[in-house]
Design a protein around this ligand. Structure first.
Ligand SMILES: *[C@@H]1O[C@H](CO)[C@@H](O)[C@H](O)[C@H]1NC(C)=O
Ligand SMILES: *[C@@H]1O[C@H](CO)[C@@H](O)[C@H](O)[C@H]1NC(C)=O
Ligand SMILES: *[C@@H]1O[C@H](CO)[C@@H](O)[C@H](O)[C@H]1NC(C)=O
Ligand SMILES: [Fe+2]
Length: 441
């Protein structure tokens, strides 16, 4: 009797499993990655030595070097040169720090160095002591390769994603928001900085904010983004923006617009109108936009969260013939066809969700069924993307899921710039008041 009951129970559980399983396994023969634990990267250098070193592009020929020291007497200087151990140039910058409740950050240094030569490896030392680092500047001409991964966090999967991206020898990393997942636990910003340092000190990392950067607290920190803005300042002033939460920059024939899914839309819209009106297609035939909450998404996670921003800004991006829009937020990968206003449109951008960097919240597994026709490929696995722009007209996009030791190509597409399509002439907004912006330092 007892045995029979157990047997029935077993049958019942197995049936439940088979009922539920198809939702979790829409891709055949794929072993999905379960979550991996958080990697805490300890601090094991002397107090005066740099930690959390990362670099970002500033204008055409300059790089900002950012790092943290525990010791407050360390100068904000960077010595650099093109030969290891031989620093024939140096730059001096600024330093800051911040408090968040009972936490006080180390001394945060930001030093802009240059002018630098393109496609050149520079060796550098921060604050006059500690290890030597090196970075490579982007090339002067096509081809250029971008690595793209959002919602990184700091788990074992994050480490795998970083490792796979590093193996590609990319030029610039584009991060569509959600960096450390510190979520107000400030020491996690420091451990994130240490986890990414081996990669972010070697190539420029250009980021925009996600919801996990907000860290607002009623009355005390109503505006949020304190840690993010202090630790990851981007070159927003150069594009005429008044906020670190949205900006644009040019690199090798590509105009990249970093929008702020969590920044005020009305000021941002005015800035965006100016920015797209200044795009010179003869200089930058490609236009890439990065947001956090996707405007198109057939995953059940975060449905509708990007909608108000889409309504506010999609027409502007469409008229300026943006080639591709990357989003994060949904912890999965999805590629859409060219879209404008919920319809396939040959002059609209391709939309890609790439919020699969590897954070502790795990994957977003459930999708709207059946798959909407606008969605071309979707899968909830951790991974990263590579955008290789070969010349004025052709680019290749590939998505690489994390699969143990190798980064397998799971989705890929060749596509052409809209600037090379005679039927997609940009329609620049009329009445835009252009403000003068300095592109150089
Ligand atoms: C994952 O990698 C293993 C080898 O490490 C390979 O046999 C398997 O086919 C890969 N799976 C997918 C879905 O790519
Ligand atoms: C990144 O790649 C470079 C070049 O292959 C290698 O020298 C370096 O050790 C890698 N970094 C990490 C942390 O794996
Ligand atoms: C651009 O690159 C594509 C892909 O490699 C190639 O087929 C095409 O001929 C190139 N165009 C020019 C103008 O070089
Ligand atoms: Fe997010």
């Amino acid at each position: 009797m007892q045995k029979k009951l157990l047997f029935d129970c077993h049958i019942f559980l197995v049936s439940i499993l088979f009922l539920v399983w198809p939702h979790y396994a829409s891709v055949v023969n794929l072993v999905r990655q379960p979550p991996r634990p958080i990697v805490f990267t300890p601090h094991n250098r002397p107090e005066s030595h740099p930690q959390q070193v990362h670099v970002s592009l500033v204008g055409k020929n300059y790089m900002k070097v950012s790092w943290v020291t525990d010791e407050s007497r360390v100068p904000s200087t960077v010595d650099y040169g093109t030969t290891p151990g031989k620093y024939d140039s140096s730059g001096t910058g600024e330093h800051t720090s911040y408090r968040y409740f009972f936490y006080t950050s180390g001394k945060i240094h930001h030093v802009t160095i240059g002018p630098l030569l393109p496609a050149t490896t520079y060796y550098y030392r921060c604050g006059g002591s500690g290890p030597e680092f090196n970075f490579r500047t982007p090339p002067a001409n096509f081809p250029i390769e971008f690595a793209v991964a959002g919602d990184l966090g700091q788990t074992g999967w994050t480490a795998t994603t970083l490792n796979h991206m590093n193996a590609t020898n990319y030029d610039v990393l584009l991060l569509p928001g959600d960096l450390s997942y510190a979520d107000t636990q400030q020491p996690l910003w420091d451990s994130f900085g240490r986890l990414v340092e081996p990669y972010a000190s070697r190539r420029p990392w250009m980021v925009t904010q996600g919801n996990h950067e907000q860290e607002t607290f009623p009355i005390i920190y109503p505006n949020g983004f304190k840690a993010y803005n202090t630790r990851w300042p981007m070159p927003y002033e150069l594009s005429g923006s008044k906020s670190n939460l949205y900006y644009s920059f040019d690199v090798v024939g590509t105009h990249i617009i970093m929008l702020g899914s969590y920044a005020d839309f009305s000021d941002q819209y005015k800035w965006l109108a100016n920015d797209v009106a200044r795009i010179d297609r003869s200089q930058t035939p490609w236009v890439v936009v990065i947001i956090h909450a996707p405007w198109y998404n057939s995953n059940l996670a975060h449905q509708g969260e990007g909608e108000s921003m889409r309504v506010a800004m999609e027409e502007m991006l469409y008229n300026s013939r943006v080639d591709i829009v990357f989003a994060g937020h949904v912890h999965a990968y999805e590629r859409f066809t060219r879209i404008y206003d919920n319809n396939a449109d040959p002059c609209g951008p391709i939309h890609i969700t790439i919020g699969d960097g590897g954070n502790r919240e795990g994957l977003a597994m459930l999708y709207k069924e059946p798959k909407p026709s606008l969605s071309i490929f979707r899968e909830s696995s951790f991974g990263h993307g590579r955008l290789r722009i070969l010349n004025n007209t052709h680019a290749h996009w590939s998505w690489h899921r994390n699969n143990d030791t190798t980064a397998v190509v799971a989705d890929e597409i060749w596509f052409q710039s809209l600037s090379s399509s005679p039927s997609c002439i940009p329609k620049i907004e009329p009445n835009v008041q252009l403000t003068q912006v300095n592109d150089e330092l």
